[in-house]
Design a protein around this ligand. Sequence first.
Ligand SMILES: CC(=O)N[C@H]1[C@@H](OP(=O)(O)OP(=O)(O)OC[C@H]2O[C@@H](n3ccc(=O)[nH]c3=O)[C@H](O)[C@@H]2O)O[C@H](CO)[C@@H](O)[C@@H]1O
Ligand SMILES: C=C(OP(=O)(O)O)C(=O)O
Length: 431
Amino acid sequence: MDRIRIVGGHRLNGSISISGAKNAALPLMIASLLTPETVVLENTPRLSDVRLLMRILGNHGVDASIDGKRVGQTQETGETIRLSAANIVDTTAPYELVSRMRASFWVIAPLLARMGEARVSLPGGCAIGTRPVDLLIMALERLGATIDIDGGYAVARAKNGLRGGDIVFPKVTVGGTHTALMAAVMARGTTVIDNAAREPEVVDLADCLGKMGAKIEGAGTSRIVVEGVTSLGGARHAVLPDRIETGTYAMAAAMTGGDVTLLDTRADLLSAALDVLMRAGAEVTSTHNSIRIRRGDGPIAPVDVTTEPYPGFPTDLQAQFMALMTRARGVSHIRETIFENRFMHVQELARLGAHIRLDGDLAVVEGAPALKGAPVMATDLRASVSLVIAGLAAEGETTVHRVYHLDRGFEALEKKLARCGAEVERISGEG
Ligand SMILES: CC(=O)N[C@H]1[C@@H](OP(=O)(O)OP(=O)(O)OC[C@H]2O[C@@H](n3ccc(=O)[nH]c3=O)[C@H](O)[C@@H]2O)O[C@H](CO)[C@@H](O)[C@@H]1O
Ligand SMILES: C=C(OP(=O)(O)O)C(=O)O
């Protein structure tokens, strides 16, 4: 198992290219099941989740290949993938695959829409919480599917096809909105999705579905209206920039008192997080496709945040922000409202000398003037990168074990950081 070794204390200076968003690429790839024609996705991040999803889709009969062509004006990251679901050979998504990546549960919607049936393993919980799918199932039932739970699988049928319906989500769910959209685009009649997730990744999916011939209005608002069409065609689409990767490097820059320009990204994708960073003492300026983050020798100010659905402060940046707050001059309060167990990084940050007290969904962080390097264990994707951020500012050496969590969601992390002056390397093999 690889690990990452960091020698802290170097300011980050330079520029970093932001990759395409994992959380947009995955639903976009799954949407390729809706058409027998080819869907071409540019700017897809090179991540283990993307590779795994290619295998999962391959299991259904999707011909998935990588062009090898590099995209973007400035970056050497990202790749173009081609997905062709001309023949769907299997409508079962087995436990072994779905349990390794929960987004793969979403295949249930396009399989139902196109084949009238799907048998998909329930994803179960994960390190950050229970991750239920009851609302996804409710949405499919509203569109006429019958769903039985049998042997740990959701067995879904819509023999006469899906029909439009009204879906009202009692809470904002990104996965639920992706699922509802993919089911509704080929349902007979009109579907109205109320209290829809407004995340940019939902908009990206709707944009790509639109290019495939779907009729969708209101993506990016709380009410999405879909007019079903009989079939969809192929499309070419560039995956939107990763707002979580953007925010992560922005926090790393602020943490080290550095000056970093983030390229191929957009400030409007993460206004809430950038606002919080400014309140913490960072200077943030942006152009239409770049963001510059600077913090000199001034102190990091404590800022209270609560995670919320978009456009609020994202749960996927909570751990990284907590790392930053461990060096703040004062006490900050971080409330996690999306996942009940997304504080796995707290114990590991404590190993670096952080003072954090947990009280239910609230973390009280008492900033310390210095952190000290130590070996730490990655527990999930965003928790892992919070340890990297802390390690960049800690005195001495920090080794982050179980780096495979990071590889799920951060393309070329150590290279991007090293180019900005960080002393960071990946060590392959056991340790
Ligand atoms: C709203 C939100 O911030 N969603 C995040 C969530 O998306 P993801 O799609 O994984 O999760 P959801 O948005 O569906 O979950 C939002 C909330 O709804 C609950 N829920 C969800 C589905 C369901 O059937 N029943 C149910 O009760 C969840 O437990 C959670 O409390 O995790 C992703 C990975 O970290 C993030 O990128 C998303 O930003
Ligand atoms: C937790 C994440 O991913 P997943 O929903 O695939 O677990 C994430 O993107 O932060």
